[in-house]
Design a protein around this ligand. Structure first.
Ligand code: ATP
Ligand code: MG
Length: 425
């Protein structure tokens, strides 16, 4: 893509109403646009990153589930069936515009904050025999929660993206087997998007759902809202909320030997067991014709929160730094020539063409800006590799390449650069 065609502009000043590093940098670099607290538009650069995160999640989820897309609006009656209309404090309730003067309690619709209430009746309709189980469904969708504190940019949105997966099983053992498969799939996803080394499976409370522990995927991050007790050597972590004298005794654990670290929850999986199937009276017929309870699990990941966490962890004082697997582009190509008929401009154009023909994703800074402004923007936007074509680089034998995360630059020939990026093609 040509940068001259990108309608967004970078800005030097931090937005006045933002306090979080991720919202400040993503706004300055033109990735997101704030609509109100906790509600952001994904601008073209931001959407490219979000889409990559979601594609990675989708690739892994397709191995273990069927993708569908549920509605964001749901009837309040299904939430009355489970009682969660009263207990989920972040639930957003809406009225059609012609009824806004009515009492709050008469809300007609619920904006989905999570989808157990919708998926359980769907599974119930299509899978009623032992022959149909196990089955699992997932979606990647926008969720709504009336979060009290929405000051952390993408880390805590009132409107945000979630991948939610739900699985249905004949018995608890089958749920447990699948649960372990989902866990592994989650770890593969976090590794692929660049958070593998710092993301730990963490035992946490069951929240709204279950008396058992749930499993959170916590990424070490100073801006995170959670504290976890971590034993790196044995790869075990506990959310502070479950570090109690009672649990220490029950589990025989000496929590004082653990490291306490700040972390952000990027994923959460729950063995729901029969909570929702019982609420909806969802049973299946087994091999002997008997009716049995369906066991259920749910598994969530937050793509927008992940984007925020990656910014918080990797950005430096010059700007964003994207891991290659989710970067908006692989190469930021800069021409420093303002003379469009000069040799160095033509070489940059040719290189842009050759790279894009080879399906390498390139942002080509073809704008008539000063070299200083282009370098500053390049650091702010954070594409993993910067390639500069200038009279000076050509005189030194080629183009100057520099990884965003490193201080070192070097000159390579245009042929070498093309080989580096096109060898897999
Ligand atoms: P938290 O404890 O941070 O409020 P949660 O436990 O309520 O999160 P879940 O219901 O488990 O969240 O949602 C699954 C995933 O969706 C979370 O692990 C997180 O990645 C993401 N998520 C949840 N709430 C938000 C939010 N307000 N903004 C962005 N992402 C979110
Ligand atoms: Mg959670």
């Amino acid at each position: 893509m040509r940068q001259s065609h990108l309608f967004t502009k970078t800005r030097k000043d931090a937005p006045k109403d933002e306090v979080s590093k991720n919202a400040i940098l993503l706004t300055r670099a033109g990735f997101i646009h704030k609509e109100m607290a906790g509600v952001y538009t994904m601008l073209p650069l931001g959407l490219r990153v979000l889409s990559k995160i979601e594609s990675s999640i989708r690739r892994h989820m397709d191995q273990i589930g069927n993708e569908l897309l549920m509605t964001a609006l749901s009837p309040k009656e299904t939430w009355e069936t489970t009682g969660r209309i009263e207990t989920v404090d972040v639930l957003m309730k809406t009225l059609p515009a012609n009824k806004v003067s009515e009492e709050k309690s008469s809300a007609s619709y619920i904006l989905g904050s999570t989808h157990e209430e919708m998926i359980t009746p769907i599974a119930q309709e299509y899978t009623r025999s032992y022959k149909d189980l196990p089955v699992s469904f997932y979606q990647i969708q926008t969720k709504f929660r009336n979060e009290a504190r929405a000051k952390s940019g993408l880390l805590r949105g009132r409107e945000f993206r979630m991948k939610d997966l739900y699985s249905f099983h004949k018995d608890e053992d089958d749920l447990k087997t699948y649960y372990e498969i989902a866990k592994k799939s989650y770890l593969d996803i976090f590794r692929e998007i660049g958070l593998g080394d710092d993301t730990f499976i963490t035992l946490a409370g069951g929240g709204d759902f279950t008396k058992d522990f749930s499993h959170e995927f916590q990424t070490l991050c100073e801006a995170g809202e959670d504290t976890i007790y971590l034993d790196r050597k044995n790869n075990i972590a506990y959310n502070k909320e479950v570090v109690t004298d009672e649990n220490a005794q029950k589990l025989g654990i000496d929590f004082t030997a653990f490291e306490q670290v700040k972390a952000c929850e990027v994923g959460n999986i729950f063995p729901l067991n029969t909570k929702f199937s019982k609420a909806f009276d969802y049973t299946y017929t087994d091999e002997n014709g008997d009716k049995k309870d369906v066991y259920m699990g749910c598994y969530g990941i937050g793509p927008t929160r992940l984007m925020g966490v990656i910014v918080e962890k990797y950005a430096d004082d010059k700007g964003l730094i994207w891991p290659e697997s989710i970067a908006p582009f692989s190469i930021h190509l800069l021409t420093l020539s303002k003379d469009k008929s000069g040799e160095s401009y033509e070489k940059a154009e040719q290189l842009y063409k050759n790279l894009t023909d080879a399906h390498v994703e390139v942002l080509f800074d073809d704008r008539e800006e000063s070299a200083g402004a282009k370098f500053a923007d390049s650091d702010l936007i954070g594409i993993p590799m910067r390639v500069v074509v200038s009279d000076k680089s050509l005189a030194s034998g080629g183009v100057e390449i520099k990884e965003r995360k490193s201080e070192k630059s070097e000159i390579v020939t245009i042929e070498q650069l093309l080989t580096m990026y096109t060898k897999e093609c």
